[in-house]
Design a protein around this ligand. Structure first.
Ligand SMILES: *Cc1c(COP(=O)(O)O)cnc(C)c1O
Length: 377
């Protein structure tokens, strides 16, 4: 059986976990947490990075940092994971769903402005499959109406956006805030895990307080205050050192992991391009401003029936290909709260998108088998 995903272990995870345990300091904000955060602040040049227990938690921190109130509106693509919307719904926001681009499941930046009202507080682009949303266009709208931008970069570690000035910028470091996931289905993993990136200095101080249960313990740990206490709302958003130790083993191998995943992605693309053209199937579109980070390879079929056919054929050959999100505007939870606007592209990806096996230990031989079986269809 060739699975869709298989979590990759670099071999050092248990060594670092044992080290953390033996050090006697296994709660959060210790040595491994710092190593991981400094990796993103130094190598990635992010202004400030805080590890969280998940990307969902990082998004919840973002909603709290923006002081989202009941009645506020937040613009989110409908074709995304539930957490992108949930984080804001928990604070009372109304979600205004935006359609996907015709050529890509990411948010359609040309549809944003018509969704803005005086109540709009934030736009949350999702860099689907690690392919950048059009950040300049999104920022144009956000600046005009004084709205915050939060990048859901759950898929987008090691991915770039080239801005209008020709500057190559890391995803997650462009909006006011950015969030990453280290769930075991992502490129870099810690089982469950996430990261909040704070790009606007104005949020940096309060982010640390929300992170440490509403206390100023982070400042206390640095010796900046001589006792710590309850200063704001918050929760326990920081992971234990056991999780950070695991993550550090992964980050040390980021380049190696990325090189393999990107190579697999290009193999799929080059091998399936002619076949896809003949069948009316769309392969991933990567706009000139975006990059490939090897998070995911998918087909957009002509119909749900065609997707079902390909999926079944692969299943018969012991190969697992899977669909992805069900548009949130048609979900059991949000359907009745949605304003009724149709989101045809989002619905099309719900029906027609099929993801192929892509993980670090997928051998080239196994990948050739998958490609061979697809081409037989
Ligand atoms: C995986 C994912 C999340 C949630 O990440 P967790 O770390 O599992 O909370 C959020 N948004 C998107 C787009 C995702 O793919």
């Amino acid at each position: 059986m060739i699975p869709f995903n298989k979590p990759y272990l670099t071999g050092k995870e248990t060594t670092y976990i044992a080290d953390a345990v033996q050090s006697g300091r296994i709660s959060g904000n210790g040595a491994y947490t710092h190593l991981c955060q400094l990796f993103f602040q130094n190598q990635y040049s992010f202004h400030k990075a805080l590890l969280t227990t998940s990307c969902s938690d990082a998004l919840e921190m973002a909603a709290m940092l923006l002081h989202i109130q009941p009645g506020d509106e937040v613009i989110v693509p409908s074709y995304t994971f539930v957490s992108t919307a949930n984080a804001f719904v928990r604070e009372g926001a109304k979600i205004v769903f935006c359609d996907s681009r015709p050529d890509h499941p990411g948010i359609d930046e040309t549809k944003l402005e018509e969704l803005i009202t005086p109540k709009t507080k934030a736009i949350v682009p999702v860099h689907y499959a690690g392919v950048a949303s059009d950040m300049d266009a999104i920022h144009d709208v956000a600046k005009k109406y004084n709205i915050a931008v939060i990048e859901d970069a759950a898929h987008a570690v090691d991915a770039y956006y080239t801005d209008r000035g020709g500057r190559r910028r890391r995803l997650g470091g462009i909006g006011d805030l950015g969030t990453f996931s280290f769930h075991e289905t992502k490129n870099i993993i810690s089982g469950e895990g996430g990261l909040l990136i704070i790009n606007s200095e104005s949020y940096a101080h309060r982010a640390e307080i929300l992170w440490e249960k509403g206390t100023d313990r982070a400042a206390f740990t640095r010796g900046e205050v001589d006792k710590y206490g309850w200063v704001d709302v918050g929760s326990s958003f920081l992971p234990s050192e056991i999780i950070s130790a695991f993550l550090w083993a992964q980050l040390e191998n980021l380049e190696k992991i990325q090189a393999k995943r990107i190579s697999l992605w290009h193999n799929y693309f080059d091998s399936l391009n002619d076949w896809a053209n003949q069948k009316g199937i769309q392969l991933p579109v990567v706009p000139a401003f975006a990059s490939v980070n090897g998070h995911m390879f998918y087909l957009v079929c002509e119909s749900e029936k065609q997707r079902q056919h390909i999926q079944q054929h692969l299943k018969n050959k012991q190969m697992q290909a899977v669909s992805h999100y069900i548009s949130l505007h048609s979900s059991p939870f949000y359907q009745s709260k949605h304003d009724g606007r149709e989101l045809p592209n989002s619905d099309r990806y719900t029906r027609c998108l099929l993801r192929l096996p892509l993980f670090y230990t997928l051998s080239e031989q196994q990948q050739m088998q998958v490609i061979h079986e697809i081409k037989k269809i």
